[in-house]
Design a protein around this ligand. Structure first.
Ligand code: XIL
Length: 394
């Protein structure tokens, strides 16, 4: 949520913010007889009358920044899932169950536009097993019920992630940890067997600053083979699910994406992994080269893996310029990144990490922003049409 929210007007024109941009454009030629010319003459006269200096300083008239024209409502634009289906792909969103249950606008927009749902929070270890041995599947079940009733697929997220591990797990001895780890994966993957299409089995295991695994409660307590072990357990509990390794910061070509590549290559050779999720939390002000993103997707696909851009959002706070410019830049970035997926046959889905700027983890993590496809009033932003264009190969 940032301060550059669209002004409410009656103008329902789609995107580009053209009306706002034109009305604020002060650089065009001044027409004879126009208000601009009259004001200009008056200003020149008063300046010369004052000798161009001394007691009179004209107050500069600030140029109003262009304001985005509100886009059409979520219910007025063609379902994005249809565009995705035309390219043989899924379009996903991370969701929370109380929104689906009690907010008709949230539920309506989710149901209309997406074909693949992920629980943003409710299928992680902490909410599912906050206390040892006590499982609570209520949130995840509601999301799966919603998806099933609308013909959507579900991606479980995530069986093993240091970021959402309950406190009690941190204090276990290594043998206790092994038991808890096995029990959690078996129970959760078993519970959702045949109801999820894919699972993020291990999330964010690669270190940010040096090659190799991140030091976590799992790597320390179970040793580096915990990643393979998690996949083995998940396969046993749900043999039909596509098993995915998911991470961030390895979207383009760099040390981390090489590490991810090597990890999944090894897992694939052992028959343990089926897919890779590249999170794609990016800023429109600086992000990996599109050619590198596509080359990275391609090399993963060449291993025989399915690829999912799994948590996409595009921040715009740091893009220079006014709100209209930021949104146009965001549209372009969404289009180009999704097009990089659409260019590779095994890139099967793009999942957005939320869909309305009214609910995004970005605000509390990176500062107020507007990173998603719909604004806070659930109006389609230029970004929405950027994603649609990419799926339709425009
Ligand atoms: C975030 C959620 O969006 C938040 O609501 C939650 O509190 C913390 O996790 N990478 C991931 C996601 O794999 O699970 C994270 O989701 C965002 C970063």
């Amino acid at each position: 949520m940032s301060g550059d929210e669209p002004r409410e007007t009656d103008d329902d024109s789609r995107d580009k913010g053209s009306a706002g941009a034109e009305s604020a454009d002060s650089s065009g030629p001044v027409q004879p007889g126009s208000l601009g010319m009259t004001l200009g003459l008056l200003l020149a006269f008063s300046l010369s009358a004052c000798g161009g200096g001394g007691g009179f300083e004209p107050t500069p008239v600030p140029t109003p920044a262009p304001t985005p024209v509100p886009g059409p409502l979520w219910s007025e634009v063609a379902p994005l899932r249809d565009a995705a289906a035309q390219s043989g792909r899924l379009v996903g969103a991370a969701v929370y169950s109380s929104g689906l249950l009690s907010d008709p606008t949230y539920a309506g927009a989710a149901g209309r536009h997406f074909s693949y749902l992920t629980a943003e929070y409710e299928m992680k270890w902490d909410p599912i097993q906050r206390n040892p041995g006590v499982y609570d599947f209520s949130g995840g079940d509601r999301i799966v019920d919603f998806a099933e009733s609308r013909g959507m697929r579900v991606k479980g997220h995530a069986l093993v992630w240091h970021g959402a591990t309950p406190k009690w797990v941190e204090s276990l001895s290594p043998p206790e940890l092994r038991i808890a780890f096995e029990d959690h994966i078996r129970t959760v993957a078993g519970h959702y067997r045949r109801r999820v299409y894919a699972w993020d089995v291990v999330n964010e295991a690669i270190d940010d600053s040096q090659s190799g695994l991140r030091s976590t409660v799992f790597s320390r307590g179970l040793g580096p083979d915990y990643v393979a072990e998690a996949f083995r357990l998940a396969r046993k509990a749900d043999p039909d699910a596509e098993l995915v390794y998911n991470d961030y910061g390895g979207e383009g070509l760099n040390r981390k994406s090489n590490d991810i590549y090597n990890l999944v290559k090894d897992l694939k050779q052992r028959g343990l992994v089926d897919g890779v999720g590249l999170q794609m939390h990016i800023s429109a002000a600086s992000f990996p080269a599109i050619a590198d993103i596509q080359a990275n997707i391609q090399r993963l696909a060449d291993l025989g893996l399915q690829v999912n851009l799994s948590e996409m959002d595009v921040r715009i706070k740091d893009v220079p310029g006014d709100a209209v410019t930021k949104r146009q830049r965001q549209r372009q970035v969404y289009r180009d990144v999704v097009a990089a997926c659409v260019a590779v046959p095994r890139c099967e889905a793009v999942t957005l990490w939320g869909f309305t700027d009214a609910h995004s983890w970005i605000d509390s993590t990176f500062g107020a922003d507007d990173p998603l496809l719909f604004d806070e009033q659930y109006r389609a932003k230029p970004a929405f049409f950027g994603v649609e264009d990419a799926y339709l190969r425009r």
